[in-house]
Design a protein around this ligand. Sequence first.
Ligand SMILES: C[S@@+](CC[C@H](N)C(=O)[O-])C[C@H]1O[C@@H](n2cnc3c(N)ncnc32)[C@H](O)[C@@H]1O
Ligand code: SF4
Length: 441
Amino acid sequence: MTSLAAVLDATRYQSYVYAYPHKTAYRPLDPPRPLGPLWAGERRDALFLYLHVPFCEQRCGFCNLFTRPVPDAALVDAYLATLTRQAHVVRRALDEGGAFAIARAAIGGGTPTLLDAGQLTRLIELTRIMGLARGVPMSVETSPETALPDRLAVLVGSGADRISIGVQSFVEAECKAVHRPQRTTDVHRALGAIRDAGPATLNLDLMYGLPGQTAETWETSLASALAYRPEEIYLYPLYVRPLTTLGKRGAEAIDHDRIALYEQGRDGLRAAGYRQVSLRMFRREAAGTPAGPVYCCQDDGMIGLGCGARSYTRAVHYSTEWAVGARGVRDILDRWVERADAAFAVAEYGFALDAGEQRRRWLILSLLADDGLAIAAYRTRFGTDPAADFPELAELTPRGLAIHTADAIRLTPEGLGRADALGPWLYSADVQRRMAAYELT
Ligand SMILES: C[S@@+](CC[C@H](N)C(=O)[O-])C[C@H]1O[C@@H](n2cnc3c(N)ncnc32)[C@H](O)[C@@H]1O
Ligand code: SF4
């Protein structure tokens, strides 16, 4: 394992750890795992349903998500038809294990609202095939150009209680500099439309470390966002990733800028009444806690539908293959829409988590959030003590990065600011090896 001293000397922007293991650690599963038995042994009373819509109006220069810009109408239609077939197959597989309940859902991308109102209605019907009841919390991602009133009306009218929009910046020149043509008038129109549609939670994404961004322009973006009193705000440090337009042009994100802008953003949001939940996420205190049962991201199962979606059981994470480059995305999507039903009944590509990796996943996902790792919950789940399982955690406290009490291990503000370095530091040697050997297309 890399020494903590070396980690602290290197850039603090190593990797955004929103899942563990990272998808570049996935490989073909041999043999493939039939979904019925895979899900039968899970806790099934609080599953998360995720639908992936891999289409956008453009490919932003910083983005490495699995998405195809400006898809033709025939592809979108074929995609929805195949997604419906997949939903029926996966529903049958889940039914093999008896009753189950979806406690939370999300429609993400890409940009789901690239679909028109009729297509979004088809998407909602598909969530019903999966057993999603009305009233269950559902989040949907949107963008400034596509957050149109008729589309939002379908979504909110069908129970979406959280709409999340990527804004990145209220300064047009900054968006242009990262190859995201965006008009600030569209951003304001979209935010107004979301507020009019009336979901309980508006989330807004902003980015810092953009070329040309200064403390003053960052302040403009923060203040413009706060004017809408969003219940949640995500502040994303810019990452320049391989195969993106910025990456191919050799652009660089400067640590010094990102650190200063992060601190400015964090302090500004705190002063405006927001609680920092993780390195990126801030939630308005007065907004209270989101509706529905608390989703336990460390442990609850996720059923992902669509090309590019991931699914998590305790012991196996699986997905379709992934690509960033235009040709890679096109090939994977073109093959996916033609898949036979039988192919959706098995997990073919992913990562099998042994007992050690399951513990590690729990540790990483808990530690990187403000609440930290609850020791009793970990003991109940695994029967062991986290400090004994991961002796390296003891290195964090003397450096002022974590506080270890009888109840929990929590990152300090200094530690939370370094979450993108501390997460990868905790990856297992096997996951690191697989990630290093992965060839991105
Ligand atoms: C699925 S998009 C949000 C919805 C919609 N597609 C849009 O762009 O408006 C996910 C978010 O991830 C963030 N993001 C993506 N790539 C990033 C990168 N390289 N560096 C920092 N943030 C990034 C952006 O803030 C973006 O809004
Ligand atoms: S940032 Fe959003 S709109 Fe841009 S390419 Fe990524 S998913 Fe699409």
